[in-house]
Design a protein around this ligand. Sequence first.
Ligand code: HEC
Length: 150
Amino acid sequence: MVKSLFRWGAFSLVAGILILQLVPYGHDHTNPPVKVEPKWDTALTRELSVRACFDCHSNQTIWPWYSNAAPASWLIQHDVEEGRQRLNFSEWDRPQRESRGAARQVQRGEMPPRSYIVLHPTASLSADEKQGLIQGLQNTLGSTGTAEGH
Ligand code: HEC
């Protein structure tokens, strides 16, 4: 009795997970073409931004294997869509209204999101790296907001 209940439970769980995969959202793992990047003040600023920000704020997202499996895929797709909308380092040919706030987000520890760092240890910055990124983002984005020209 207990054994068949357990089997039924396990079956339902697997069936449920499989059904989740049928939801059409979360499979659109496109990386649109990279157009224009900001005029980075140094190569280091870019490197730190790639490590800590590019998965959600560029068109060069590295989609992890679990981004193919619901429900993780839904959360990741949502983060990338919203992240790109707010700030996209690959589309500096269009206005990036949130760019001035980028250094502040890092300073406050709000970006990169903590849940992201847990899964992406390489995005975890040392105190020096964090300071360098804040300064670099200020130099790159702070004064003009958006870089004009290509
Ligand atoms: C895991 C995905 C992810 C990563 C990595 C990430 N962000 Fe974000 N970011 C988001 C999302 C989603 C939003 C919009 C929702 C929000 O504000 O939380 C956002 C919003 C922002 C905003 C707009 C601020 C606002 O209040 O709306 C700025 C600026 C920003 N991020 C900068 C950065 C910088 C700089 C980095 C790297 C140091 C970074 N983000 C890393 C997902 C990410």
